[in-house]
Design a binder for this molecule. Structure first.
Ligand code: SAM
Ligand code: SF4
Length: 368
């Protein structure tokens, strides 16, 4: 099935004309929007299938100090030259334009964002922008403790930390870092009372089963939300084998053997695709099932800015648009807006992971 025509859309349900209707931009404070050409009366930043898009996930680096098997396996050298990576000034310019368009949620990620030089100063600048309602950081936490106070002061209100296992030997084997370093980072987030801490664990058969309950207890003791994530074919497809893939349904059943879980339909923690449950003690657990949850994409509210300056409307599609070229060739903010419009106009209705999707770049390159 691949390579696909990047301008094509699934099932022919939408036939882009190539021109996207932008509403007028009357004032800096009005709701600005690029709308479905067929329904120009809808005053919001919608993609063509009427999903409200207000979340920009920003990757600031494609490098990392860990080597998670499913993301950046040892030996993979997929990173870009420094000159190819957007400067902080370029990224801030994109964020300002995104705010004008109605984006309100921003999350900085990577690769590991904290490996990039001066990233804390960048985050401080980002936190000062008017219009950032939700400001998150995704990190493996190994470099977090020394900078946690500055990050809290910068206004970061949501920290997502990867933690697949509490077994030190497994953690070190999988990531090449000591678990203790990540735990220090988690402890700093707890101590400084960041408004929201989420622990994200990617599910892998043979490795996750005996970690489900320990992770649940660990999260509960720290007031963290725990989320289990199904493996996706983002860097490689080779791990999506029955011997390694563990579905969210199986993980939930394993937990329910010991702890009853009740669906928490009200929980909209971050408006993402996670489905939330509660334990009898009120602990929240999210399940992110890109592979088995057929409703996964219905509530998608985000697009991605890759570290090398591409706008990517969907993690699970090769489609991306070159923003860096616009930024570096004297393009105006209006040119940037037009590219956002094109991106929303062509955002795939669903990811292609369940089809025979072959990743075209690593997860770190795109930004997780
Ligand atoms: N380094 C940071 C971290 O580990 O949280 C931020 C970047 S990382 C790419 C963001 C998220 O993507 C992590 O929660 C990670 O577990 C997840 N991830 C990476 N590769 C994945 C894969 N193949 N399938 C599912 N989740 C993946
Ligand atoms: Fe690095 Fe995060 Fe990917 Fe692990 S999941 S290799 S920590 S970017």
């Amino acid at each position: 099935m691949f390579p696909r025509n990047p301008e094509s859309t699934r099932e022919g349900r939408f036939r882009p004309t190539g021109s996207f209707q932008s509403l007028r931009f009357p004032t800096e404070t009005a709701i600005l929007g690029l709308v479905n050409p067929n329904e120009p009366q809808i005053p919001a930043l919608l993609d063509w299938s009427k999903r409200r898009i207000d979340y920009l996930r920003i990757s600031v680096t494609d490098r990392c100090n860990e080597r998670c098997l499913y993301c950046m396996p040892q030996g993979l050298k997929d990173w870009k030259e420094h000159s190819e990576i957007l400067t902080y000034e370029e990224t801030l310019r994109v964020v300002r334009v995104a705010i004008r368009l109605g984006f309100r949620k921003f999350r900085v990620t990577g690769g590991e964002p904290l490996v990039r030089k001066d990233v804390v100063s960048f985050l401080e600048e980002l936190g000062k922008l008017d219009g950032v309602d939700s400001f998150g950081l995704s990190t493996n936490a190994t470099l977090l403790a020394p900078v946690a106070e500055r990050l809290r002061a910068a206004g970061i209100d949501s920290v997502n930390i990867s933690l697949d296992t509490l077994d030190p030997a497994t953690y070190e084997r999988v990531t090449l870092r000591p678990l203790a370093q990540a735990l220090e980072g988690i402890e700093a987030v707890r101590r400084l009372e960041f408004p929201r801490l989420k622990l994200n664990a990617v599910l892998m058969r043979g490795q996750s089963e005996d970690q489900l309950l320990p992770l649940l207890r660990f999260a509960e003791e720290r007031g963290a939300i725990l989320r289990f994530i199904e493996l996706m074919p983002v860097t490689t497809r080779t791990l999506l084998r029955p011997e390694t893939f563990l579905s969210i349904g199986e993980a939930r059943k394993l937990i329910e053997k010991t702890v009853p879980l009740e669906r928490d339909p009200e929980a909209k923690l971050g408006h993402g695709p996670a489905v939330y449950y509660r334990t009898p003690s009120g602990q929240r657990i999210g399940f992110i099932g890109a592979m088995t949850d057929l409703h996964f994409c219905e509530s998608c509210n985000k697009i991605r800015l890759t570290s090398d300056g591409k706008i990517r409307p969907c993690l699970g599609s090769h489609l991306e648009f070159d923003l860096r070229e616009i930024l570096r060739s004297g393009g105006t903010d209006e040119d940037v807006i037009q590219l956002f419009g094109k991106t929303l106009g062509l955002k795939p209705k669903e990811h292609e992971f369940r089809e025979d999707y072959t990743p075209n770049r690593s997860m770190t390159g795109i930004g997780g």
